[in-house]
Design a protein around this ligand. Structure first.
Ligand SMILES: Cc1cc2nc3c(=O)[nH]c(=O)nc-3n(C[C@H](O)[C@H](O)[C@H](O)COP(=O)(O)O)c2cc1C
Ligand code: SF4
Length: 451
């Protein structure tokens, strides 16, 4: 069986979710219809103008490496992969004068449950990722890059490969890009679907052909990355934002959002809403507005809670969530959670929180790479204890046990998957403890509908 045939057995089958008119001021998803992904349509939408601008091919003087990095810093763009690290600052960490090979890597692993934005970008607007990566490579003096794509979306990998061929043929990739002195080779690579391969150092191991297990940090990829060389890794959506920033200026991007949270953000809204899908809106948009765009909570139901940034982010009860805006600072400082990857999982009043946590805990236990004891053993413990509570076999001491196991994982592991498993447990116990107590005491579900 060929690699393609093997992978096709695991392909995700979700429908496209970005073709609608319910985005607000979209930049990345603007004007897409599913057919206009190719280079001619991209150029007609203003594509590759940012690259021409920095290379001085639009009649201007061009931009120096420092000017490109300064523009990205000014824009307030923060990494869209989960941690929200300032992108311009990350680019400034690359030792540009390093005499050997340096690498640029795009993280398109997109395995966080609830997240499905990057695959739509790569499938329906792949050239914006390619152009963003070329600009990043120029700014950091890098000549080789890779886009590591999740293995269960093989058709997306093939689409990205086709777009790369178009870019090479048009002179935007390869040696002496558009006749300039700048050369950049970009390749696509696909994983096999492991969630942990989205962690940046596990991704690098996998890209090198090894088992995808995270490395100890430090050293960080900026000094010891792919094949031990200086490497910058960014998320797909992060790179996709860059051409707009260069075309329109850092200040214009910053003003699209709110201070310290520049630009637009794509939210993958799923769960109990009428219109699940990907929604691109300015940072700082009220959650209530995003919920309205997604058609509201499904008919006849009330909002109970929201997991605002992918399954790793602590749950936020409805009343609090309705007061928040969708940006890094509001969700963290006022909501006590994380914006993460922007996967907004909506739970209505029919949902049992014990059942929800049982499902999440199983995921993290399954996806732990097993390298460190607190995560390997602790994620299994968390799942087994939540599982028995859900099945009506919980013990009075189980909630203390859950809190203790979560506490013994957090901050004691090589990578953040351990924290990602522990945080949802603590969030659920903080806000919905009574549901767990009810399960233990009465051996039934408090909502009466164990869906
Ligand atoms: C368990 C785990 C899974 C992750 N999965 C992804 C992923 O699928 N995509 C992604 O971009 N970042 C993921 N990250 C974050 C990356 O390690 C890294 O921070 C990110 O790619 C940096 O890009 P950014 O600065 O543009 O956000 C994951 C992190 C952890 C700990
Ligand atoms: S925290 Fe978990 S996933 Fe991360 S390295 Fe340790 S065992 Fe592996």
């Amino acid at each position: 069986m060929s690699v393609a045939q093997i992978l096709s057995q695991f392909q995700a089958s979700g429908a496209e979710t970005c073709f609608h008119d319910r985005h607000i001021n979209p930049q990345i998803y603007a004007g897409l219809d599913g057919k206009n992904w190719g280079i001619h349509d991209y150029v007609a939408r203003g594509g590759y103008a940012a690259l021409r601008k920095i290379l001085g091919q639009d009649g201007g003087e061009g931009l120096t490496q420092d000017q490109v990095i300064a523009t990205v810093k000014e824009s307030g763009l923060r990494g869209r992969g989960g941690a929200g690290f300032p992108t311009g600052l990350k680019w400034s960490f690359m030792p540009r004068q390093f005499p050997g090979q340096k690498y640029l890597v795009c993280n398109s692993d997109e395995g966080e449950p609830g997240t499905c934005k990057d695959r739509d970008i790569m499938e329906f607007n792949p050239h914006t990722v390619i152009e963003g990566m070329i600009i990043a490579a120029y700014a950091m003096g890098i000549s080789v890059g890779y886009n590591y794509i999740h293995g269960e979306i093989f058709h997306t990998y093939e689409r990205f490969e086709a777009a790369l061929e178009e870019a090479r043929a048009a002179g935007y990739l390869g040696n002496n890009i558009l006749g300039s002195a700048f050369s950049f080779q970009l390749h696509a690579s696909h994983g096999f679907g492991a969630y942990i391969c989205g962690e940046e150092t596990a991704l690098l191991e996998s890209l090198e052909g090894k088992k995808g297990q995270p490395r100890f940090k430090p050293p960080f990829p900026a000094s010891f990355g792919l094949y031990g060389k200086p490497t910058t890794i960014n998320n797909t959506e992060t790179f996709a934002a860059v051409p707009w920033i260069i075309r329109n200026g850092g200040q214009a991007y910053l003003e699209c959002g709110k201070p310290n949270n520049g630009g637009t953000k794509i939210f993958s809204v799923s769960g109990d809403v009428e219109r699940p899908g990907n929604y691109e809106v300015p940072m700082g948009t009220p959650f209530a507005k995003l919920l309205e765009l997604a058609g509201g909570v499904r008919a006849g139901r009330q909002l109970k809670a929201v997991i605002p940034g992918g399954s790793s982010s602590p749950v936020v009860p409805a009343e609090l969530m309705m007061k928040l805006t969708m940006d890094y600072d509001s969700i963290a400082k006022e909501g006590g959670s994380m914006l993460g990857s922007g996967a907004v999982i909506v739970l209505d009043d029919s949902r049992c929180m014990v059942k929800s946590l049982q499902r999440l805990s199983y995921f993290y236990s399954h996806e732990s790479c097993g390298q460190c004891t607190p995560c390997r053993e602790g994620t299994g413990w968390l799942w087994r204890v939540v599982d028995r509570i859900e099945r009506g076999e919980g013990r009075p001491s189980d909630l203390t046990l859950l809190d203790s196991v979560a506490g013994n994982i957090m901050g004691r592991t090589i990578c953040a998957l351990g924290d990602a498993a522990a945080m949802p447990v603590r969030g659920m116990l903080k806000h919905f403890r009574h549901e767990f107590e009810h399960h233990i005491e009465h051996k039934t579900c408090v909502v009466g509908a164990d869906v």
